[in-house]
Ligand binder design. Structure first.
Ligand code: ZN
Length: 362
């Protein structure tokens, strides 16, 4: 199968993004608001960190006698992890959580607390995924090979015809794979997808290895010493599966749905030339969902406004509902498709339909 080693956009005439950016800048300057987070976000961060610490302390040091209560708390711990990822780590990683760089750095490093590597994530997410969305070989987020085929340019296996049935079970394993395998694969291969990783400094190396060890001590060694091996393994696996499922689904609903664009890759296109400007490519390969649902928006850190996030990743998610209207209006003016699903359920259904189609296509 051919893969792309370089992709370019037709940014010489970025008429759409120029017009949109002007309006967005005007919105912020007219209302005299910063593009970074505000008090609402800081309160959310305090709530999420406090609940995480409370859940951990209760589960490890004051373990409930009733196993069902413990399991329910582990379930909540998994949800809490995902929420910290969406709200603190993701915005911090994009530099949009606060106007102070050190606060963003601290938030981005919450990923280390969850067993990941912000060094790897930064390359995978900010460079690969945000620039080369849905481009095979360049966007590591669509690489779930060989288990799931998300576009027709990926190799087909016989079992892909059932992928719409088994995918949801696999999603639950993504976080465990991420923490215990994928970061190491990137580290030792020196590559993310087809793209080479920049050299790690000594500080990067210390953070990478140090945080992996601290994570193991915090979430496996101490719990094993306090509550025993099997209880820890069951509780940890449940929490990790909930986190994995939630983060995978949020990603999938934003890019792997019916109508989302995957550029066609042919034998002679190691260099892929995308005909449109970058911003239009983002609009074609990204979808919003459940934007009217306030709880969803709160919990997943505005990632249901994925279109706005991809166009303005440096704007904090707290502002997406407002700028959503400007984006929609500008798309209409320029006759550009804007993908949106009204509910989480409809987006999930569309995701499964897409997987079913691709799993059976030649
Ligand atoms: Zn992002």
């Amino acid at each position: 199968m051919p893969t792309v080693s370089k992709a370019t956009f037709n940014n010489k005439n970025s008429f759409f993004f120029d017009a949109l950016k002007k309006k967005i800048d005007h919105y912020f300057s007219e209302n005299k608001i910063k593009q970074s987070g505000n008090l609402k976000l800081y309160y959310k961060a305090i709530i999420l960190v406090t609940t995480l610490v409370a859940l951990y302390v209760v589960l490890v040091f004051f373990t409930p006698q009733n196993d069902y209560i413990s399991l329910a708390l582990c379930f909540l711990l998994g949800i809490n992890f995902a929420a910290i990822g969406f709200n603190l780590m993701h915005d911090g990683g994009h530099g949009s959580f606060s106007s102070k760089p050190w606060v963003n750095k601290m938030m981005a490093h919450s990923l280390e607390l969850m067993g990941g590597s912000s060094f790897m994530w930064n390359l995978k997410h900010n460079q690969n995924h945000h620039t080369f969305t849905n481009i095979e070989g360049m966007d590591d987020d669509i690489d779930i090979k060989p288990f799931i085929r998300v576009s027709q340019d990926q190799p087909k296996k016989w079992y892909h015809r059932f992928q719409h049935i088994y995918s949801s079970f696999l999603y639950a394993l993504t976080y465990i794979l991420w923490v215990f395998w994928l970061d190491y694969r990137k580290y030792f291969s020196g590559k993310i997808g087809e793209i080479k990783i920049k050299k790690m400094s000594l500080k990067d190396q210390i953070i990478f290895w140090g945080s992996k060890v601290i994570y193991l001590i915090l979430f496996l060694v101490i719990p094993i010493l306090k509550v025993g091996l099997w209880d820890t393994l069951i509780g940890y696996t449940l929490a990790a599966m909930v986190t994995g499922f939630v983060i995978s689904v949020v990603f999938q609903l934003a890019h792997i749905v019916e109508g989302a664009y995957f550029p066609e890759i042919t034998e002679d296109t190691p260099l892929l030339k995308i005909e449109t400007e970058w911003a239009i490519h983002q609009l074609r390969s990204t979808a919003n969902f459940a934007t009217k649902n306030k709880f969803v928006s709160w919990f997943i850190g505005g990632l249901n406004y994925q279109v706005e996030h991809h166009l303005f990743p440096k704007v904090c998610h707290i502002h997406y509902p407002k700028i959503n209207k400007i984006v929609q209006e500008t798309c209409k003016e320029h006759n550009i498709t804007y993908l949106e699903f009204p509910t989480v359920f409809s987006a999930y259904k569309s995701h499964l339909t897409h997987l079913k189609q691709v799993g059976r296509a030649a």
